[in-house]
Design a protein around this ligand. Sequence first.
Ligand SMILES: C[S@@+](CC[C@H](N)C(=O)[O-])C[C@H]1O[C@@H](n2cnc3c(N)ncnc32)[C@H](O)[C@@H]1O
Length: 210
Amino acid sequence: MKDIEEYILAHIDPEPELLKKIDRETRAKMLHSNMNSGHLQGRFLVMITRMIEAKRVLEIGAFTGYSALCFAEGLREGGEVHTIEVNDELEDLLRANFKESEHGHKIKLHIGDAGVLVPTFRDESFDLAFLDADKEDYWHHYEALLPKIRKGGIVLVDNTLWYGKVTRKANSNDHATRAVQDFNDRVIKDNRVEKVILPLRDGVTFIRKK
Ligand SMILES: C[S@@+](CC[C@H](N)C(=O)[O-])C[C@H]1O[C@@H](n2cnc3c(N)ncnc32)[C@H](O)[C@@H]1O
């Protein structure tokens, strides 16, 4: 599997230097450093942003800013990424990372709980959203953000295979696995959207609003 990963990374667009640096520093300094989207998923996020010619992107869960910078890179001229991060200890680092990028000026950082902030985005219409926050609240965040997505817009939901644990019965105290399973079981019944799961990294559900 490692061979395949290395092969893929050698045959896709290279990771920009700043993103390499953010990835390296995240691994060196942060707890849960594997939360970064990383090279492969990051290039996928740029590609999808360009493919749908997104002008407005909403992200829930910024962490160290890797994925927000990928969306900003793929945006149409004049576009904006709104990213929400609940952990205020990440604010200075996020602002510094965005400032260092030629695309950082396109990013609006909102510090706070997406559960509170998303409903306050009135009359907003986004082309693309990325749901990448605490798994326990996935369904709640999804319900809040779907009305803010334009018809034909895309919602990407990260970690929907959850280390492969979704295929097995979860222990009653394994709240994250149960929440991801519950999310997946609800999305498949949601007639407002079309959906596919891509086995990219930890699973990305690709949802299109009808
Ligand atoms: C998986 S990381 C995000 C990784 C980032 N999207 C990337 O790919 O580089 C999840 C982040 O979501 C944040 N988060 C969790 N719950 C949240 C909430 N309710 N509102 C906003 N951010 C939240 C966490 O603090 C954490 O930084």
